[in-house]
Design a protein around this ligand. Structure first.
Ligand code: MN
Length: 679
């Protein structure tokens, strides 16, 4: 490819572009990279040129293109940023600097540190100019397109990092076009076998599906023409990774997924969208409950379209998206559409949309301020910012977005510290429920506060999912008097021992207490409890320093094929996280743990417990129900199969979040407490 190809492409949407400047940037980069080769043997300059080509799809401006051509110069050549600034201006230099990693020399002893510090710098710069993110995405996309030439272990590292960070960014910015390209490319490297299997399966169906789609599209086109509606009707192939995700999430096989046929209709305005919908429904019977009007009520991220699923040719379910050209561009290119696409939109409206799309960048900056430790930063970035989000409404209709899996505690603290600290229980969609209830998109949530309560409960710290909530809880716990901390710590420890079936506090031997204090370098038992109470010592730390996993979970059992999903190696466990992690479920051991639940009896109680555990991918081996006694208290014994302590802990949390649960704790014939663990 030549620079002329790029210029031609750019001129199509930017007729006044300064062609000379683009050529100069190209020549400058080409000379700087002289002698360097890509892994496939081609001259290095092909890389920035291809990246700029990718960017031109977004209709980016001239500075962005110039910066993209120069993006690897300071990092990989002798030319410096200041020369770039002199030749191409401050703006371009700032953009280039944003994507340039920190010096290899300075961080030569810790490359992970360099990686994370560079990422921080990237976000810091991006908060001031979002175009930096676009350059980085195009850079990544081209690197992935040429990843086959790179060493094996590097392939996997890059693919994983892309999935966790850059796919997430493309998603948040609403650039679906990049997102699905990145995902499909990574998919092939992270799950090569699954990718190949699925590809072959899809190819087998392709001919038949194509025929169906063609004849459906033909009938629609004819009908639209009859009503003199100019429209583009195109088939919309679903990305392999999205199909894969769906199979893992629903546990269905490819044959059972019935939304593989998809068509898109693009028309000139809103009114025509509705008219086209009517035409489709007149031709094909719509499936009940599948008509969605995201034009009147856009998705919280701003997405607009009409959706419907109909019984198409041969009665096979076919999905339709109907939208205007403007909506289409916005759906493909997200934030870039607002930035660069000339629209009739009001200036304020554009600003509002931009803020909506980029609000998360500020969340990253706040995380950065709060977290000193770089590894914590990366972990929290993945959870607080990049994990799939849910959108929950306040009673006033304000949208609060939270990471997948967040509960009422997170919600309350996201509204205000005061609301969090005084929170007592929730009204979720008009129904009273515990504060720890897991929320889902679309819920309307009201927090009921207790004016007398000043501080959060100690156990919330483990139950909150977001860093924001955890930090606010910690701050408030630390604010308490030392006596209060001691009392809270004592209460918490008692509860924890009971929860895990470790007996009473009095049963803790001197030796065990000593071991606990030593583990945290503390000299008095009193002080230990204070630190438990103010949140410095966590539940997991306590339990794990007291007991080995054998003492806690019993003897490991060899795994059977019980958890198999259609794609065998992939477990249900990683649901909700963006990357479906292949765990070694087949070979890894599991443990049987017995829990006793006491609950206020009601219809559907056991079902709700089952649903909670199923979403965690935890199998119920046995269940025993003793119906309500005179006081209306039912007792349920469950034998669960868990993989580790972490999963047992989430089982406790999930069960406690079910409405009506009074207590839940582990029971065992031989109390763990009797065994002394020495190591
Ligand atoms: Mn590059």
């Amino acid at each position: 490819m030549q620079i002329g190809t790029l210029i031609k492409r750019v001129k199509a949407y930017l007729p006044d572009v300064n062609e000379k400047r683009l050529r100069e940037a190209y020549a400058f980069a080409r000379d700087a990279h002289k002698g360097q080769k890509r892994m496939d043997g081609s001259p290095y300059i092909t890389h920035p040129l291809h990246a700029a080509m990718i960017l031109s799809q977004l209709h980016v401006d001239e500075d962005t293109l110039v910066a993209c051509l120069l993006h690897d110069v300071p990092e990989d050549t002798d030319q410096t940023l200041s020369t770039i600034e002199k030749n191409f201006g401050k703006k371009v230099a700032f953009l280039v600097d944003g994507v340039t990693k920190l010096s290899k020399v300075k961080y030569r002893h810790d490359m992970v540190e360099r990686q994370i510090e560079s990422l921080k710098k990237f976000f810091l710069h991006s908060a001031r100019d979002l175009r930096i993110i676009l350059i980085k995405l195009a850079d990544r996309l081209h690197n992935l397109q040429t990843l086959q030439f790179v060493r094996k272990e590097k392939q996997l590292r890059i693919a994983k990092e892309t999935m966790e960070i850059y796919v997430a960014i493309a998603d948040l910015l609403g650039i679906w076009e990049f997102k699905s390209s990145l995902e499909d490319l990574c998919f092939a490297y992270i799950y090569p076998k699954e990718h190949e299997d699925l590809k072959q399966q899809i190819e087998k169906q392709a001919i038949h599906h194509d025929k169906l789609l063609k004849s459906t599209a033909q009938r629609i086109r004819y009908a639209l023409k009859q009503h003199t509606i100019p429209a583009e009707v195109e088939s919309r192939p679903k990305s392999l990774y999205s199909i894969f995700r769906k199979m893992v999430d629903t546990g269905k096989s490819l044959e059972d997924l019935n939304d593989l046929l998809a068509l898109r209709i693009v028309v000139k305005d809103n009114e025509t969208c509705y008219r086209s919908l009517g035409l489709i429904h007149a031709l094909f019977r719509p499936k009940a409950g599948r008509v969605k009007d995201y034009i009147a009520i856009p998705k919280p991220n701003g997405y607009q379209s009409l959706h419907t699923t109909v019984f198409g040719v041969e009665g096979i379910p076919t999905e339709f998206q109907i939208r205007t050209h403007e909506m289409h561009f916005e759906a493909q290119y997200g934030i870039a559409a607002h930035y660069f696409y000339k629209q009739q939109r009001h200036k304020n409206q554009t600003k509002e949309l931009l803020e909506k799309r980029s609000g998360w960048v500020h969340r990253v900056l706040e995380l950065q301020k709060e977290l000193k430790n770089n590894y914590d930063f990366l972990d929290n970035l993945k959870i607080d910012v990049f994990q799939d989000r849910i959108f929950v409404f306040t009673p006033h209709g304000d949208v609060i977005d939270l990471p997948h899996g967040a509960n009422g505690i997170d919600f309350a603290y996201h509204i205000h510290s005061d609301v969090g600290n005084k929170a007592d229980h929730l009204y979720r969609n008009g129904k009273s429920c515990p504060l720890t209830t897991t929320l889902t998109t679309g819920d309307t949530v009201k927090v009921i506060t207790n004016k007398k309560q000043k501080n959060p409960k100690r156990e919330w710290l483990e139950k909150a999912k977001t860093t924001v909530a955890k930090n606010k809880i910690k701050a408030s716990l630390k604010d308490q008097s030392r006596t209060k901390c001691y009392d809270e710590g004592l209460e918490f420890l008692k509860k924890e021992l009971y929860r895990y079936g470790c007996g009473n506090l009095e049963d803790l031997s001197k030796e065990q207490k000593k071991r606990l204090m030593e583990a945290f370098h503390i000299h008095s038992w009193h002080e230990f409890l204070e630190l438990v109470g103010n949140g410095n010592i966590s539940e997991q730390e306590i339990i794990e320093s007291l007991y080995s996993s054998a003492e806690l979970l019993g003897k490991p059992r060899k795994n059977t094929s019980r958890y198999k999903t259609p794609l065998e190696e992939v477990s249900y466990r990683e649901r909700g996280s963006r990357l479906v992690e292949a765990t070694h479920l087949q070979s890894g051991p599991y443990y049987r743990v017995t829990l006793l639940i006491e609950a206020a009896d009601r219809v559907g109680f056991v079902r709700d417990i089952g649903i909670q555990l199923a979403t965690l991918g935890i199998n119920i081996y046995q269940i025993g129900v003793q119906t309500a006694d005179k006081e209306g208290i039912a007792k349920i014994t469950l034998i669960l199969e868990v993989m580790d302590f972490e999963q047992l802990r989430s089982a406790f949390d999930a069960i406690e979040a079910v409405d009506g649960v009074l207590t839940v704790h582990r029971i065992s014939e031989k109390p763990v407490i009797k065994k002394i663990h020495t190591s």
